[in-house]
Design a protein around this ligand. Structure first.
Ligand SMILES: Nc1ncnc2c1ncn2[C@@H]1O[C@H](COP(=O)(O)OP(=O)(O)OP(=O)(O)O)[C@@H](O)[C@H]1O
Length: 585
């Protein structure tokens, strides 16, 4: 993206930055960067590029969202490719970059390719993908074909599978120089940790000289788990570069908070705000919803209401884990290229996704992990631009704002907008123009709450549950009650009297019963313990199926090829959940 202002002005709140031609990069790379991005590096690039060019040790990097981490690792890698005279003739893959989702892998590959093409490199060696839904043969062409892969951008499921099941592929990494772990905190999380360790083990076991393999890790959010794993993967000599100055989101994003009386008002206020924001010229907004069902519902609603106001060609786009990858790619390209429009997204669009020109992010409700908030906010105010983030929480969800504040987010309370009668009536009559499955929408909302850690310590679970029931009544009108199983409600510790006139219960409530180790009852707040609690009535006791975690149906189709099927059965389930759907994030 070309910027009209000098970068020093754009990054004025951050430390002095360097020019791209003064950090020791080959002129071909720095000239390409000037053509593609800027003459100036961002702060993280100014610190990381020289470090990566000179050190033999690993580097762990924490930098604010949208400050250019991709090129911070991409430029030094490509610099090595261009300065090695024998590079074209080498067979081994030089660099491996791992991302948690396919969407991010595509984006990373495209960003690096832009520079690499400017250098004329792609005719010699390419940057290829190793992700689910790319055919095995196509991936293998990068190691067996005439034009060898300089680098692979991979997701964990397909990468581990290929390394384990395809000897040709595995052997192509014997002189690998760089292994870059992007969004490191997610990849060090319990779901991926085992796979990541297994990948590193395989890479090292097959390496001609493991001491030459450099590992680098990047993220905006960093927890102790990540730091511990960094020690394991990179050794104690690795360097830690933190350019967040304690804040994970850039100062150029103003964060505010609107409190509503309940979930129904939350949806109405969000729609009113959206109309207001999109009425401004060249306004590009992302609305983040708490789960897939809510994303689908709000998208249908927005398509109708915004279509009536701005015309049918106005970009109103959905992004969530239940969409096919091809549709997700189309949506992302359309939104990336649009001057104005709205993306209604689940967590799948929250991390790393780079959509230029987003001036406002609206977030509804609570999330499993507060790190999600940081990444969602970080979709605006990128590359030195300014942005606005508005969180909408119901009174019962307000505990979440306190958590965010404790973690350093500055949320300014603002007045909620007056919801117009037109919007009220559109929401109430939504059943006529969309096919809302209100039952599963509300089950998903209950599931989202059930997946939040420490709920019973910080919040009033009863109030949240009752709000779900009232939302249902407001949506369907009349006296109909939401039908839920006693087992689901038991998790929130409600009694028959509490929910009288709000839910129709299947089974017998156990009063204030809360199962041991249930999702919100896990007081230590660790992430592994809080995902097993909720059954949303569709047969699975695992996690909140609609939280973008595991609701998907597509996978690394050929995962578990004959020779590793049994061994990887357990792990495959984890990849399936991720690689197909991405996402709890
Ligand atoms: N030196 C630069 N000058 C101007 N723009 C830049 C520069 N470096 C990167 N950019 C642009 O900034 C945007 C954000 O970059 P990138 O996606 O790498 O950020 P990030 O730090 O990885 O974000 P996130 O934390 O969300 O993953 C991209 O559009 C990128 O092209």
């Amino acid at each position: 993206m070309r910027l009209s202002k000098p970068l020093s002005a754009l990054y004025s709140t951050e430390a002095p930055t360097s020019r791209v031609d003064e950090v020791g990069l080959n002129p071909k790379i720095s000239n390409a960067f000037v053509n593609v991005a800027s003459e100036n590096l961002t702060e993280v690039q100014s610190k990381v590029v020289p470090e990566m060019l000179s050190t033999n040790n690993g580097v762990l990097v924490r930098a604010k969202t949208g400050t250019g981490k991709t090129y911070a690792f991409g430029l030094p890698l490509m610099n090595e490719w261009i300065t090695d005279k024998n590079f074209e003739r080498q067979e081994s893959v030089h660099s491996l970059i791992i991302n948690p989702t396919r969407d991010l892998a595509f984006q990373t590959q495209m960003a690096l390719d832009r520079i690499w093409k400017q250098c004329g490199g792609q005719s010699k060696r390419r940057i290829d993908l190793c992700v689910g839904q790319v055919k095995y043969d196509q991936i293998l062409r990068g190691v067996n074909g005439r034009t060898k892969s300089a680098a692979f951008v991979a997701t964990p499921g397909r990468l581990e599978d290929m390394l384990n099941s395809k000897p040709d592929f595995r052997n192509a990494f014997k002189d690998l120089r760089h292994f870059v772990i992007d969004e490191a905190d997610v990849l060090c999380d319990n779901d991926f940790k085992e796979a990541l360790l297994s990948i590193v083990k395989t890479l090292k076991a097959n390496h001609s000289d493991p001491s030459k393999l450099k590992v680098t890790m990047f993220s905006a959010t960093m927890d102790n788990n990540t730091k511990e794993l960094a020690d394991r993967l990179m050794g104690p000599e690795h360097k830690y570069i933190d350019v967040t100055s304690g804040r994970e989101v850039t100062d150029s994003v103003n964060q505010s908070l609107i409190t509503t009386d309940g979930l129904y008002e939350t949806f109405a206020v969000a729609m009113e705000l959206l109309l207001e924001k999109l009425s401004e010229r060249n306004s590009k907004v992302i609305v983040f919803m708490p789960n897939i069902k809510a994303t689908e519902y709000f998208y249908e609603l927005a398509r109708e209401i915004l279509g009536n106001k701005f015309g049918p060609r106005f970009p109103v786009l959905p992004l969530h884990g239940n969409l096919r990858q091809s549709r997700r790619n189309t949506v992302q390209t359309r939104f990336r290229n649009a001057r104005s429009g709205v993306l209604i997204s689940s967590n799948v669009g929250a991390r790393g996704m780079d959509f230029p020109g987003v001036n406002c992010v609206i977030q509804l409700g609570v999330q499993l992990e507060t790190a999600s908030h940081t990444h969602r906010v970080g979709r605006t105010g990128r590359a030195g631009t300014t942005g606005e983030s508005i969180s909408i929480l119901s009174k019962a969800e307000k505990f979440y704002a306190e958590r965010l504040r404790k973690e350093g987010h500055v949320l300014e309370e603002i007045e909620k907008p007056q919801v117009s009668e037109a919007i009220e009536s559109e929401i109430k009559s939504a059943g006529k123009f969309i096919r809302p499955d209100y039952n599963s929408l509300l089950s998903s909302m209950l599931g989202t709450y059930a997946s939040v850690p420490r709920l019973d310590r910080d919040a009033d679970p009863k109030a949240l549950v009752l709000d779900c029931g009232r939302l249902y009544q407001a949506m369907v009108g009349g006296e109909r009650l939401l039908q839920v199983s006693a087992r689901d409600l038991d998790r929130f510790g409600v009694t028959k009297e509490d929910i009288d006139g709000v839910f129709q219960v299947d089974g017998v409530l156990k009063g204030n019963y809360r199962p041991r180790g249930n999702s919100y009852g896990n007081r230590n707040g660790n992430r592994s313990g809080n995902r097993n609690g909720y059954r949303n009535g569709n047969g699975s006791g695992n996690r909140n199926r609609d939280n973008d975690w595991n609701s998907g149906r597509r996978s690394d189709r050929n995962f578990g090829s004959r020779d590793n099927r049994g061994r990887n059965d357990q792990r495959r389930r984890s990849y399936d959940r991720w690689d197909k759907q991405d996402d709890h994030y």
